[in-house]
Design a protein around this ligand. Structure first.
Ligand SMILES: Cc1ncc(COP(=O)(O)O)c(C=O)c1O
Length: 384
């Protein structure tokens, strides 16, 4: 129509270019076997539900404690740290956003710079440093958050066995990165890096090393020793979450652990009341009975190892996993990962397929309860 108003685009340039985060599907159908978003298959501790039920109207009328003081104290004690070394966040994801906001320089991608074109003969974007360094592949939200902040991203490809290359820190230093994000155990492979590797990165990297331990409750060791003052590392920040090990993905409660200085830096960029009164109470209750979560994680670990053996017996290659999921690849003569993904979906069994380099021939399968894992195995046997 001639008189139709022109559609205005109000977005900043980098938001126009942005591919927003694509979460795994959350199907709203009954009887679904959901093995696509790494949730814990067991319910949270009863004490958590009681804590939520006992919230009073007056607590909701008022603003929540802005610093989540009780949570910081309890989480600190659980990790042998002072409360000043803990920050509570709206899911671990918010800690990632806060670290990028506080540490990375925005606007350091210069578009179509005339000087750059003259100097290099190339058009396009160039990077003035100040950004985020990450491995490839990794948790895809890192990239999205960096792009929202308009800060450059330096990617370093993982080795074939998903280990971090020795020159990771050097490459990030060369690119002028201010923050490195390493997920350990790695997603989506499940590989756990030795502590010595993480320590060497922290020693050699000139920025802050964020170790994303979203899946640590399913692994043999954590990176907490790096926060011991005897190591003299002031640039290590550890991400924790109640989403996986504590079966509380719906609650949105995560946290950061680090030196009191680093935590104070993050506190500066915190939203006014970033965690609500219900999640603070539930999280304190959850940490107070961490043995319940521990027992659930042990069951997940046992099922993970059983499922890994069963998938190997089907002729699939299975990456060794210290997490609550398996990265698996069908055998050469078998249907492709994408075909298997689609067939499973038709049977209401949801697993995760990533259509990207090094992953498009694989599936990531979240460990379910025994009955769910058995259902998956039966469906796979029929498909193969
Ligand atoms: C690698 C990784 N880090 C962090 C998170 C954040 O979890 P949440 O925001 O639920 O605490 C996730 C969630 O799936 C994850 O996979």
């Amino acid at each position: 129509m001639d008189n139709a108003p022109l559609a205005m685009n109000y977005e900043r340039d980098n938001i126009q270019r942005l591919d927003a985060y694509a979460p795994g599907e959350q199907p709203q159908i009954a009887d679904v076997v959901k093995m696509n978003t790494n949730e814990n298959p067991y319910p949270p501790a009863e004490a958590v539900l009681e804590a939520i039920r006992s919230i009073q109207g007056d607590q909701l009328r008022r603003y929540p404690p802005p610093l989540a003081g009780e949570f910081r104290k309890v989480a600190g004690a659980l990790h042998n740290l002072d409360a000043s070394q803990v920050i509570a966040t709206n899911g671990g994801d918010e800690l990632l956003r806060m670290a990028i906001t506080a540490l990375c320089t925005p606007g350091t991608w210069a578009s179509n710079s005339v000087e750059y074109e003259k100097a290099s003969g190339k058009g396009g974007w160039f990077d003035k440093g100040g950004g985020l360094g990450q491995t490839q592949p990794t948790y895809s939200l890192y990239d999205v958050l960096a792009n929202i902040h308009d800060t450059p991203v330096t990617n370093v490809a993982l080795n074939d066995d998903w280990s971090i290359p020795d020159d990771f820190a050097a490459k990030l230093n060369d690119a002028g990165c201010r923050l490195a994000m390493v997920v350990n155990p790695h997603a989506p492979s499940g590989r756990l890096e030795p502590l010595a590797t993480l320590e060497a990165i922290a020693q050699n990297f000139r920025g802050v090393l964020l170790i994303d331990e979203a899946y640590i409750d399913f692994a043999e060791h954590d990176a907490l020793p790096l926060l011991d003052p005897s190591r003299e590392l002031d640039n290590v920040l550890i991400l924790g979450t109640l989403s996986k090990g504590y079966s509380l993905a719906g609650l949105r409660l995560g946290y950061g652990l680090g030196s009191a200085n680093l935590i104070a830096t993050l506190d500066k960029v915190r939203d006014s009341y970033n965690t609500d009164v219900i999640s603070q109470a539930a999280a304190v209750a959850a940490l107070g009975c961490s043995d319940v979560a521990r027992a659930n994680c042990e069951k997940v670990i046992a099922e993970r190892d059983r499922l890994a053996r069963a998938l190997s017996d089907l002729g699939w290659s299975v990456s060794p996993s210290q997490s609550n999921f398996l990265l698996v690849k069908p055998g050469i003569d078998q249907p492709s990962a994408q075909t298997v993904f689609e067939s499973l979906k038709q049977q209401a069994i949801f697993v995760r397929y990533f259509n990207q380099a090094r992953l498009r021939d694989k599936l990531r399968i979240t460990i379910g309860r025994k009955s769910q894992n058995d259902k998956l195995l039966a469906a796979l046997k029929a498909i193969l």
